[in-house]
Design a protein around this ligand. Structure first.
Ligand code: FAD
Ligand code: UDP
Length: 367
């Protein structure tokens, strides 16, 4: 390679793409590489019969940060999609997150006062002043009936552990509302990029040199020699050759099917199967993210799995053991002068998309 670049960005996911855009605007020359054969990292959407399929899991953009919202809308238009999943518990349907619709479906209560009284009545039996785990926290928030039907089985499948063995904070991520409002998020802005996330990333990296199907570690010396600095968005433990051992992740596998001639399979983008017996946690019907009117549909069943080295790393495991291990790798990363570590894998953090963008803004502003 004879050409020189100011920056090599390893990874064309959202972190790499936002950094590339901002650095290009500052006048730097950039080479982007990715080991996959497509751009976009985990937000990549693949067009199947006109439907944008969220290949690595359903992604809904939400933020309360106006600057971030305006930033993403400057590349592509976002639609008005509002995530309102439905839960299927043994054939009966309930609205999520937990709100007046759910309380009505579960107990027939029609007012917030009646719903609160019902939850209080169920809580009283358990004496839960100080919830110590996810089960206690859930019962103290929404009572035993909803916990049993909509949380217990789903959580057990998703995390591979009993609710009594999981931290309470996980369930606090979900809103509990005494209004008839099925919006899964509380953020001010929400939507899906028209044309899918791949179109968003494409626009961000327009004008940058991109090489796909290249694993950084296969050509590290050669690549490092022709760039000023490196922005690395891959797994931090891999960068240091797993010197202290592997960081753990939670992984998901997707069973995706094209249903030809089926126009509308389930009437909603997201349906959670909250019983313990159904092997998958949810079914995604991708066309509904964009109000698709195609004659066919594509669905994905999601199975939560215990992660093994070599599996796709999805969610970092935020327990003490992994946090301590990450701290050791971070100390090594901080000592690097030519390499900047950023994004979900390099910082071993569960970042939502808007948080990844905020982080890239912060990191590049210091360059
Ligand atoms: P990534 O997207 O993982 O990109 C890293 C890139 O680096 C990859 O393309 C990878 O191939 C490449 N790479 C790694 N190592 C190398 C190497 N050695 N050489 C070359 N290339 C390399 N966020 C939301 O806001 N809303 C949601 O609804 C939502 N849903 C999610 C659902 C799932 C199942 C998951 C896992 C995440 C979800 N997220 C959601 C989070 C979102 O996916 C992340 O915020 C975002 O994708 C992180 O971008 P990133 O660039 O940091 O990482
Ligand atoms: N959850 C549940 N039933 C549902 C949806 C979610 O019990 O129908 C629980 C589950 O434990 C999950 C947590 O709520 O981990 C947070 O939900 P979220 O949708 O934020 O999960 P994520 O997949 O983003 O971790």
């Amino acid at each position: 390679m004879d050409k020189k670049y100011d920056f090599l960005i390893v990874g064309t996911g959202l972190f790499g793409a936002v950094s590339a855009y901002l650095l290009k605007k500052k006048g730097y020359s950039i080479l982007l590489i990715d080991k996959r054969d497509h751009i976009g990292g985990n937000i990549y959407t693949e067009n199947v019969n006109g439907i944008n399929v969220h290949k690595y899991g359903a992604h809904i953009f939400h933020t309360s940060n106006k600057e971030v919202w305006q930033f993403v809308n400057s590349f592509v238009e976002f639609n008005r999609y509002t995530n309102s999943p439905v839960a299927n518990y043994k054939g009966r349907l309930y609205n999520l997150p937990f709100n007046m619709n759910t309380f009505y479906q579960m107990w027939g209560v029609k007012t917030p006062e009646e719903a609160k009284a019902k939850i209080e009545e169920q809580k009283r039996e358990y004496h839960l002043e100080n919830p110590k785990n996810l089960e206690e926290q859930a019962i103290s928030l929404i009572g035993k009936d909803i916990y049993e039907a909509l949380i217990k089985g789903y959580t057990q499948k998703q995390w591979g552990r009993k609710c009594t063995e999981l931290p309470a904070f996980i369930i606090k991520r979900l809103p509990v509302r005494f209004t008839f409002d099925n919006n899964y998020f509380n953020d001010k802005y929400q939507g899906i990029p028209e044309g899918g996330y791949t179109a968003l990333v494409e626009k961000m990296i327009e004008g940058c040199e991109v090489r796909l199907g290249i694993d950084y570690f296969d050509q590290k010396e050669e690549l490092d020699a022709c760039v000023g600095k490196v922005i690395y968005t891959g797994e931090i433990d891999r960068y240091f050759d797993y010197r202290y051992g592997h960081l753990q992740y939670r992984t998901v596998s997707f069973e995706t099917e094209l249903l030809e001639g089926v126009e509308n399979y389930q009437g909603n983008a997201v349906v959670n199967y909250t019983d313990a017996e159904t092997p998958y946690t949810r079914i995604i019907e991708h066309k509904h993210f964009e109000y698709g009117t195609q004659p066919d549909t594509v669905i994905s069943k999601e199975y939560s799995k215990e992660w093994q080295p070599g599996d796709e790393p999805y969610y970092p495991v935020n327990d003490d053991k992994n946090s301590e291990l990450y701290a050791k790798y971070k100390a090594l990363a901080d000592a690097q002068t030519k390499v900047i570590f950023g994004g979900r894998l390099a910082e071993y953090k569960y970042y939502d998309m808007h948080k990844v963008i905020e982080r890239a803004f912060e990191l590049v502003s210091g360059i």
